[in-house]
Design a protein around this ligand. Structure first.
Ligand SMILES: *Cc1c(COP(=O)(O)O)cnc(C)c1O
Length: 345
């Protein structure tokens, strides 16, 4: 079996996680009778420092529920051009909420108050209503980058000065916390709504949660039904999420160290450029003129699976189902495959 570095979503539930799933107390969560879901939502609210939380099937749904509950059709959302909510969620902000995206691009997924301020339109009959600023931490498409804390806080402060809602896409907030030694509340205290995933680095099979004020979360509960995301005896999967939350956050530093090891090895191969990863996502850029990202992915596929996410860019993601040895072997295999592709004539 090739070492699977396509994403940190490819993990399988461990025997311990499966055991808590099998033993989970359940009820009908649409009647709010599932004790395990209730426990998860209370615990997530506590971890995020929010009044309430809502368990949802996916991070996409969590993000889109937050956008929907914050806005009316025609409102604007200021976000990074490569934000997951815009790039990887099927155009949902436009399709579902009628939001007009106003975007800022940058290498690291962050932006400044000045850049956000430049997108604020005057309040008159010509413009959409400025409504939401969305930030992503860590930033998926920008290589798992962590927002510098002061910049994050200042952008959130600016949004609030302007009367806007601040949404935090924290699918990998756990990684940002592990990388910086911060608590989730250090970040979430600045956000009106937050989405977090259990099915990424934490190793749960399914599920995300959103957090916010009690009233906001009740609005999201209504829209979750509209989106068809209500679930019945969801305690079976919520038990996995609870297990993941309590057991798999501290170990994320290992994924980050493994990502750095992989980057070091791959970065030594001729024709590849690799920036030091901030967390568990390694971006590999092909600099050799005659090789594409797709060719390299194909050449190494027997040993390692990685994604070509651009014509010259590949992504490798470390996670709890790959060891340090796996990451070393994967790095060596990628370097070897590149040598074979560029090799002497
Ligand atoms: C993965 C991800 C999501 C949500 O993904 P789902 O596959 O819908 O659970 C949201 N935001 C970011 C930044 C992500 O990486």
């Amino acid at each position: 079996m090739p070492i699977d570095l396509r994403s940190d979503t490819v993990t399988r539930p461990s025997p311990e996680m499966r055991a808590v799933m099998a033993a989970a107390e359940v009820g009908d969560d649409v009647f709010r009778d599932d004790p395990t879901v209730n426990r998860l939502e209370e615990r997530v609210a506590e971890v995020l420092g929010k009044e309430a939380a809502l368990y949802v099937p996916s991070g996409t749904m969590g993000n889109q529920l937050c956008l929907k509950a914050h806005s009316r059709p025609g409102d604007s959302v200021i976000a990074h051009a490569q934000a997951h909510i815009l790039f990887y969620e099927t155009g949902a902000p436009c399709a579902i909420s009628g939001l007009q995206p106003r975007v800022i691009d940058s290498e690291d997924g962050t932006f400044t108050v000045e850049q956000a301020a430049a997108l604020i339109t005057p309040a008159n009959i010509h413009h959409s209503h400025n409504r939401i600023v969305a930030v992503e931490n860590t930033h998926n498409r920008c290589g798992g980058a962590v927002w510098p804390y002061e910049r994050f806080a200042s952008v959130c402060g600016f949004a609030h000065e302007q009367g806007l809602m601040l949404h935090l896409d924290g699918a990998r907030l756990w990684n940002a916390c592990a990388a910086t030694g911060t608590e989730p509340t250090a970040w979430t205290q600045h956000a009106d709504s937050v989405n977090v995933c259990f099915s990424k680095g934490l190793g749960a099979p399914i599920g995300s949660a959103l957090g916010g004020s009690r009233e906001f979360v009740e609005d999201c509960r209504f829209f979750r039904k509209m989106f068809g995301g209500q679930m019945r005896q969801a305690g079976i999967i919520a038990a996995a999420a609870l297990y993941a939350l309590e057991h798999n956050r501290e170990r994320l530093v290992e994924d980050h160290a493994n990502a750095r090891l992989l980057a070091d090895i791959v970065g030594q191969a001729p024709g590849l450029a690799v920036a030091a990863p901030a967390t568990n996502i390694v971006m590999i850029d092909v600099t050799a003129p005659n090789v594409t990202a797709a060719q390299l992915a194909e050449a190494v596929a027997g040993e390692v699976t990685i994604l070509a996410i651009g014509p010259r860019r590949l992504r490798a993601v470390t996670h709890l189902d790959v060891s340090r040895t796996d990451c070393r072997r994967a790095g060596e295999a990628i370097a070897r495959a590149m040598q074979a592709l560029t090799g002497p004539g």
